[in-house]
Design a protein around this ligand. Sequence first.
Ligand SMILES: NC(=O)c1ccc[n+]([C@@H]2O[C@H](COP(=O)([O-])OP(=O)(O)OC[C@H]3O[C@@H](n4cnc5c(N)ncnc54)[C@H](OP(=O)(O)O)[C@@H]3O)[C@@H](O)[C@H]2O)c1
Length: 277
Amino acid sequence: MLGSALYRLAPAHVSPDPVGHYELDVASEASVRAAITEREPDAVIHCAAWTAVDACEKDVERAFRVNADGPKFLARETAKRGIRLVHISTDFVFDGVKRTPYVESDATDPLSVYGRSKQAGEENVIRSHPGALIVRTSWTFGREGDGDFVRSILSAVRNGTKLRVVTDQVGSPTYVDDLAEAIYALLPTEETGVFHVANTGETDRYHFARAVLDGSGYPNVPIDAIKAAELKLPAPRPAYSTLGSERLPISSLAALRDWRSALHARLTAGPAGGREY
Ligand SMILES: NC(=O)c1ccc[n+]([C@@H]2O[C@H](COP(=O)([O-])OP(=O)(O)OC[C@H]3O[C@@H](n4cnc5c(N)ncnc54)[C@H](OP(=O)(O)O)[C@@H]3O)[C@@H](O)[C@H]2O)c1
């Protein structure tokens, strides 16, 4: 989802060379080395991850291979060649006990295998490539891909599936188009280390779903408000994971717009068209 948005939104001075899973296995050091040797990029924006949060609980080894070893191989290879690296991470590195937005200096303490594997990925990047940028984001929705929350809610309505959405998870929904533009603004800077980039404002999943339906012409479709425990999902999620930033704004990048106006932009944007990666 994010990779396709980065491809579509590349500024004129950037020649994006997207690399899909079918061309590169980030969990293989040899595959990473071959891809970088062949392409000789000026920068790498590492969007690949095993993002199936519940499946990660059942295959810890795969989660760490993709989400922790993958970034390590990329960081080593890019550091060795002096290539700028942007690595993408997640709000799921936090435990969710705070009730004010998590900032970059807050301690991480993930609840799930996915969160732990992403935390290990961050640590590997910092260790292997001190000049890298780690962009943590949250609750992403976009125009490409097939697994985001907005698309899942709209598919459920169109299929006549009864909607049940939790009220006890709060976060910052983030439009990947806004995130992609922020990444392109950060890319040429000297900034390193962890950056939180998310649309501003916060909501719970139930009200996020409500906003999706209201903004899509389904104001009368009901949603059952439930608690997360009722879903009995394998992976625990943070109850609160709103991202704030103590590093933004910087000269090249202001705080992102409110999630409601970003959602409106997504719902009125129409299909992305073009090629998905
Ligand atoms: N989605 C969210 O709510 C969210 C929130 C915070 C942070 N993030 C982070 O944002 C980044 C982008 O996520 P996204 O939402 O764009 O996820 P996505 O749509 O699931 O894309 C992840 C991509 O990684 C690829 N991939 C998986 N394993 C790979 C491997 N071993 N080698 C190469 N490619 C591999 C996947 O290909 P296949 O489909 O072929 O496996 C897929 O194209 C990730 O780092 C994610 O952790 C996501």
